[in-house]
Design a protein around this ligand. Structure first.
Ligand SMILES: Cc1ncc(COP(=O)(O)O)c(C=O)c1O
Length: 502
């Protein structure tokens, strides 16, 4: 039986030995020769059979874990976690072009193919509510004020902004403004503590390029922002999951994971976490920082929606609380202004930012000076504050509408988070898998939500769905949650609901 599951190696092929072994098992998982729960043969066994080193087989298993197909647990070997529907077979990245691709490009290609697209509404079904988008409401984009700011800087600075030669770290005026506006009053940020990037996504990529190497481990909350999971895998990093749900962050599990010598980074969204909308409270932040003090693992905190708080006091960032100075904060204008601006930034000590700036120099030379200057103008005219005020008021109204509708329509046994800001909330049903069932049923009735499986680090069935309020006004929220309520009642009444999802 095991003999049939040992790969044959072609030493004349261009693909590396590790890639061939990984491709063999990915193909077996795809054709269901290996199913979720099955164990891959021990590394030693494969190494002997293929006459390769154990390190080569370990690398192959890491590649498979990076694709989300298997999970390795110390002492228990490597187990298949994803079925044959997991995406494209490894061999589909081969072929004339595939053979010449770098490991990064192959992994990025695979991650892109595995990104789920939004399923269409059934033919003839009208949209009742769209809870699936994370971009701001297009009707709220400040188009005229942005055009005025662009006009003003072009008139004033003319061609001066259109060439090369602006600082890799970002325009000093913009960095000074961002530093002044950041909310950590106890430990203020200086302009020099900021590196401007092309959105938060580039900032996250820079952090990985600067602090991690393929095969390193990174600890990430699950569920988590799915484009970050894709990015980690494209970098060839092994992802270790720490649960973060309506009951908070599992600190004990996190401490265990951070003890591992191969862990290089912790990624967290402490405020308005994507996808649950939850924030770590002050006590949780203190406990976390106290625990981090016993490790030397750097942290990247993603504050992608920090400016969208409509209730409660701002909480100190983990960076400001970390006495080790090993935390960087990533932020963006994509959610509070508009994503096409592609401006974000990372904050941290000079020791952390200097290597990141050098890495960035060779990635893109510098971030658009024109857009940075227009943003400075936009802020100085008061346009950003006016826009933020309007956004926060609208989000407050929408979250209130969501809470009221959930109280009215959802049965006992469901849990919904109640964030103090940001776009998203998370609805959780009692059993794993019911998130996906709910998403399907709701879609049939004209309501879009994102099933929690999309955000699970290993693509496992989820209890939850993400509800984003950017594309639904208060009336649509009420109508959409009424439909979701019907679906949930049906799901919980069905005999299947009584069975645990396998
Ligand atoms: C948690 C999180 N971080 C980062 C990003 C990327 O943002 P940007 O558009 O600034 O690259 C997103 C986008 O949705 C996000 O949800």
């Amino acid at each position: 039986m095991i003999r049939a599951l040992l790969p044959a190696i072609d030493r004349t092929a261009r693909a590396s030995l590790a890639a061939q072994i990984a491709d063999f098992y990915a193909d077996r998982i795809r054709d269901a020769g290996l199913r979720p729960g099955d164990r891959l043969p021990p590394i030693r066994r494969v190494a002997e059979s293929c006459e390769v080193t154990r390190a080569t087989v370990a690398e192959a298993y890491r590649l498979l874990a990076g694709r989300g197909l298997v999970e390795s647990v110390v002492g228990r070997g490597t187990t298949v976690v994803h079925g044959g529907d997991a995406g494209q077979s490894a061999s589909e990245t081969r072929g004339e072009v595939g053979d010449s691709l770098s490991p990064y490009a192959r992994a990025a290609l695979r991650q892109t193919r595995e990104m789920p697209g939004a399923p269409p509404l059934p033919a003839g079904r009208a949209l009742v509510a769209n809870f699936a988008e994370l971009a701001p409401d297009g009707d709220l984009y400040p188009v005229d004020e942005w055009r005025a700011a662009m006009d003003a800087v072009l008139r004033r600075d003319g061609g001066g902004l259109l060439g090369y030669g602006h600082a890799t770290q970002g325009l000093p005026e913009l960095r000074a403004l961002l530093a002044e506006r950041w909310h950590d009053r106890e430990r203020p940020v200086a302009a020099d503590d900021i590196l401007v990037t092309a959105g938060a996504q580039q900032a996250l990529d820079l952090v990985l390029r600067t602090f991690c190497a393929p095969g390193d481990e990174v600890v990430v909350t699950t569920p988590s922002y799915h484009q970050m999971s894709g990015l980690l895998r494209a970098h060839g990093l092994d992802v270790l999951a720490v649960p973060f749900g309506p009951d908070g962050l599992d600190l004990d599990r996190l401490e265990q994971l951070l003890q591992r010598p191969t862990v290089r980074l912790l990624y967290l969204m402490p405020t308005f976490h994507n996808p649950t909308g939850q924030s770590l409270g002050l006590q949780e932040r203190r406990a976390l920082v106290e625990m981090l003090a016993r490790t030397d693992v750097p942290v990247v905190e993603d504050e992608y929606q920090f400016a969208l708080r409509f209730a409660g006091e701002p909480l100190p960032s983990l960076r400001s609380m970390d006495p080790r100075d090993l935390t960087v904060t990533v932020a963006t204008t994509s959610k509070d202004l508009f994503p096409a601006l592609r401006l974000g930034w990372v904050m941290g000590s000079a020791a952390l930012l200097a290597p990141m700036a050098s890495v960035k120099r060779f990635m893109d030379l510098e971030t658009s000076a024109l857009l940075q200057a227009a943003l400075v103008e936009f802020v100085q005219r008061g346009s950003l504050d006016r826009h933020l005020e309007a956004m926060r008021n609208e989000l407050r109204i929408r979250h209130q509408a969501l809470r009221a509708a959930c109280r009215l329509h959802l049965p006992a046994g469901c849990r919904v988070t109640e964030p103090d800001g940001g776009f998203v909330a998370w609805l959780e049903l009692p059993q794993p898998g019911q998130g996906e069932q709910l998403a399907e049923l709701a879609l049939e009735r004209g309501v879009r939500v994102v099933p929690g499986r999309v955000f699970d680090l290993h693509g496992r069935p989820s209890r939850g769905v993400r509800l984003s309020l950017t594309r639904a006004d208060a009336d649509q929220i009420a109508a959409g949650i009424a439909v979701i309520g019907e679906c949930v009642h049906e799901l919980l009444a069905s005999p299947l609901a009584a069975r645990p999802f396998l």
